[in-house]
Design a protein around this ligand. Structure first.
Ligand SMILES: Nc1ncnc2c1ncn2[C@@H]1O[C@H](COP(=O)(O)OP(=O)(O)O)[C@@H](O)[C@H]1O
Ligand SMILES: [Mg+2]
Length: 340
């Protein structure tokens, strides 16, 4: 690919330092995606300018108009601290008519609500846990059809914010407590879903119209504390020391019957199409004991540090990290109709 001018958008706190020598894994962890993406694209010959944005739009507009990047590499997950606004920044990029990587704003909106995505997917016969939504300021009253155990989450936050062992509840009292906790701590409505005991499965999808499905990936828990549930809590996702202690490993899902692999791959494509996701996304499932893949959520623009699930699955499929990033850039250019 010819060298491009790439404007990389990120949260201002996540602009990596130039030199990371001597920093521990815990220190580099938060901005690992931003670091890996910018350094790898530079090593591929592109000119990369990092731009931290969070409360002002003018810097985006100025950089696009003055520097004229070929494409914006979008790593922004929130604006004004609101994850719901991430899609609006992408909408702005569309209005500025600058090509960008990752998902379009409509897909981001459809995937965001953990209720809306499941409602849409039901029409397309994608298995998903039963659920109920508890709006802010309302007490949690469980519909009779919803049976314990349940897992209580924020309706739209991600990164496992508010997800801990206490999220799994088996009484109405605990349900009410956890719903109140989500309302108060995260300031969002809560969703309670049927808890699917089983395996944690991630599937990377790459493409705009023609989709490439990456190898079926699994997060496994080899050394859980007695009585703990195998779920991706905040600590499981973001605390390298805890990961080591609890034997949390990611890798290709082992010993799945071929028919189940086929089913998961077909569902991942159907989900991406239904939710209008493009660029790159990761679809998360829980695979029940009887091998039914339940849709949990779709993540447009998932984290793509070289060591994380998405890039590792791509590598397993024979796509190097640099090739993956260049492909993501190419998909953004293609969507915008840029001749390659
Ligand atoms: N219905 C469910 N059944 C079983 N585990 C679940 C369910 N919903 C969420 N989890 C667990 O909680 C984790 C985080 O939930 P998720 O909806 O993906 O939120 P986030 O957007 O914060 O990642 C999942 O990766 C999974 O381990
Ligand atoms: Mg998730």
């Amino acid at each position: 690919m010819k060298p491009l001018r790439i404007l990389a958008l990120a949260h201002p706190d996540l602009i990596p330092p130039d030199n990371i020598e001597g920093l521990s894994e815990s220190e580099t962890y938060v901005w690992k995606t931003e670091y890996d993406v910018s350094t790898t694209l530079r090593a591929s010959g592109h000119e990369v300018r990092m731009l931290g944005v969070q409360t002002e739009l003018a810097p985006i507009r100025d950089a696009v108009e003055d520097w004229k990047p070929d494409i914006v590499f979008n790593m922004l997950e929130e604006f004004h601290g609101e994850s719901l606004y991430a899609q609006n920044v992408v909408a702005l990029l569309e209005l500025l008519r600058v090509p960008y990587t990752g998902c379009n704003p409509r897909g981001m909106m459809l995937a965001r609500g953990k209720d809306l995505s499941k409602k849409l997917l039901k029409y397309h016969r994608v298995p998903a846990p039963a659920f109920a939504v508890f709006p802010m300021g309302k007490k949690a009253r469980r519909p009779g059809r919803l049976k314990f155990p349940l897992i209580v989450k924020s309706l739209w936050e991600d990164a496992s914010l508010g997800i801990a062992q206490a999220s799994i509840v088996d009484t109405d009292e605990k349900l009410a407590e956890r719903v109140a906790f989500i309302h108060k701590r995260l300031n969002t409505p809560a969703i309670a879903e049927q808890y699917i005991e089983g395996r944690e499965i991630y599937v990377g999808v790459l493409g705009n119209d023609r989709l490439q499905v990456l190898p079926v990936w699994e997060l496994s828990f080899s050394n859980l504390a007695e009585g703990s549930h195998a779920i991706a809590t905040e600590k499981v996702k973001h605390d390298p020391i805890y990961q080591e202690k609890r034997g949390i490993l990611q890798g290709p899902a082992q010993d799945l019957p071929p028919s189940v692999v086929t089913k998961i791959r077909t569902l991942a494509k159907r989900i991406s199409h239904t939710l209008e996701l493009d660029g790159y996304c990761r679809i998360d499932f829980r695979l029940s004991k009887d091998n039914v893949p339940y849709f949990i959520e779709a993540n447009p623009n998932p984290e793509i540090a070289a060591s994380q699930e998405y890039a590792q699955a791509a590598l397993h499929a024979g796509t190097s990290y640099a090739d993956l990033l260049n492909k993501i850039v190419m998909l953004g250019l293609k969507r915008a109709g840029v001749e390659l």
